[in-house]
Design a protein around this ligand. Structure first.
Ligand code: NAD
Ligand code: MG
Length: 418
């Protein structure tokens, strides 16, 4: 049985079905206690006959994982810490729930590559999600990729593993999911077909501009984590919320798009679109522009990727066209958002540049969230660590991990100096 292959009769625009596949898909939801994880479980709960939750995972929120285990009764659950994992095992056993508790990166890789798993939702935040995503790729799984950092940090390696094993990569990031829908292609094309082969002139990557799009520049050094995490349109985890406020998120997405759609920096235009209704667009060589629209709710790309190439309901509301008002687009302000030019530099540099910037950014964002760093120091620290380390073409996963470690050490020192 192969859930990953596209049925020949299905159209790319999709078919509405009650049951998305001819039998149950078994899913490992990695990062299930996060924003994407919860949205995924909300969609899965609406389609219990079609999807079986095989595994769940959390880093430290044992309480949320426990509640999810009680509701979904997965075969496995993974926690970051061994003791917390044992404690949860005892609590669940006491109530007759047979979920087996695992812990740490080995536990994540075990469930990501398990032979009974069809689909892996990669929704861990940061480079911490790389090893389990790669394990799912090597295992030939259908990968619902929310963890954009995997592609940013190890794009060449991940794309190669996907091609070698016959895994399927489906983008969850709303922009990339929108572009995938507008390309009307197959997952076989992802990372392989060129834009020219698809008759595409360019990709238009939209971004809201975040909470500080119009804030006076002189106020930016004093903005708080609470203000940075109050995104005007999307409700997300704290790291990606800060990335949206610096627009480093768009920078990471720019690199993610280069890998997913096998294109270069010159093929992608970033547009600020404050309403977050147009999730991205594809312009073809004949002048046609296809856009994917919807209310900003991640359950749409999640449901799309889960059921692809069919369609399932997600309970996402309709756009209210009569009250929507204007949809506007503008060029990004590169002085306000230096992350955008940094990401262009990274896209043109050898592969380790992206791993360095990603790691330094993770450290700087964490320091900002802990009030140890000014908001306006986040992106300069990522740029400084890149300038210090330079860039090479990484040879292996262990090489990437060593570069990531070194970038984190350098970023910690830069934070201490700032
Ligand atoms: P989040 O912070 O809400 O959740 C992160 C999840 O990962 C949690 O379950 C947490 O327990 C787990 N986790 C954190 N660190 C871990 C570690 N070291 N080891 C193992 N597990 C760990 O994050 P989120 O907003 O759900 O984002 C998840 C991913 O999806 C990110 O890569 C983000 O860029 C991407 N994404 C999110 C959104 C969104 O709307 N939230 C949209 C597009 C893409
Ligand atoms: Mg996005």
């Amino acid at each position: 049985m192969d859930f990953n292959k596209q049925p020949p009769a299905a159209s790319a625009s999709g078919t509405l079905v009650e049951s998305p596949a001819n039998s149950t898909q078994r899913i490992a939801v990695l990062g299930s206690t996060g924003s994407i994880g919860k949205s995924t479980l909300s969609v899965l709960a609406q389609h219990r006959q079609s999807y079986e939750v095989f595994a769940l995972s959390a880093n430290s929120d044992a309480g949320a994982l426990e509640q999810q285990c009680r509701e979904f009764k997965p075969r496995y659950a993974v926690l970051g810490n061994a003791q917390a994992s044992q404690d949860l095992q005892h609590r669940l056993r006491a109530d007759g729930i047979n979920t087996e508790l695992l812990h740490g990166p080995e536990g994540l890789e075990f469930v990501a590559g398990h032979s009974d798993v069809d689909t892996v939702m990669a929704a861990i935040v940061g480079a911490a999600g790389l090893a389990s995503t790669l394990r799912a790729a090597r295992g030939g799984k259908k990968i619902l990729l929310a963890n954009k950092e995997s592609l940013v940090v190890a794009g060449a390696l991940l794309v190669r593993e996907v091609q070698r094993s016959g895994a399927r990569l489906l983008p969850i990031d709303s922009e990339h999911n929108a572009i995938f829908q507008c390309l009307q292609g197959s997952t076989d094309d992802l990372g392989v077909a060129s834009l020219a082969e698809r008759g595409v002139r360019k990709l238009l990557l939209t971004g809201s501009g975040g909470p500080f799009r119009t804030t006076a520049l002189e106020k930016l050094p004093r903005v708080t984590p609470e203000q940075a995490c109050a995104h005007p349109n999307w409700s997300m985890g704290r790291k990606i919320s800060v990335d949206s406020a610096t627009m480093m998120n768009k920078g990471l997405e720019f690199i993610e798009a280069c890998w997913l759609f096998n294109c270069g920096a010159a093929d992608i235009e970033i547009l600020v679109h404050p309403q977050s209704v147009v999730h991205s667009m594809v312009e073809y060589i004949d002048g046609s522009v296809l856009a994917q629209l919807g209310v900003p709710d991640m359950r749409t790309p999640i449901a799309h990727a889960l059921a692809w190439p069919q369609r399932i309901s997600s309970s996402v509301a309709s756009i209210d066209w009569r009250t929507l008002g204007a949809l506007t687009f503008e060029a990004p302000d590169t002085e306000r958002f230096p992350a955008l030019s940094l990401s262009q530099e990274v896209a043109a540099a050898p592969g380790s540049a992206a791993a360095v910037v990603n790691a330094a950014n993770e450290i700087a964002v964490a320091a900002f969230l802990e009030r140890r760093l000014k908001f306006t120091d986040i992106v300069p620290i990522a740029a400084d660590v890149l300038a210090l380390m330079g860039a090479v073409e990484p040879e292996s996963l262990s090489h990437i991990q060593a570069i990531d470690d070194e970038a984190r050490r350098n970023a910690l020192q830069a934070v201490a100096r700032a």
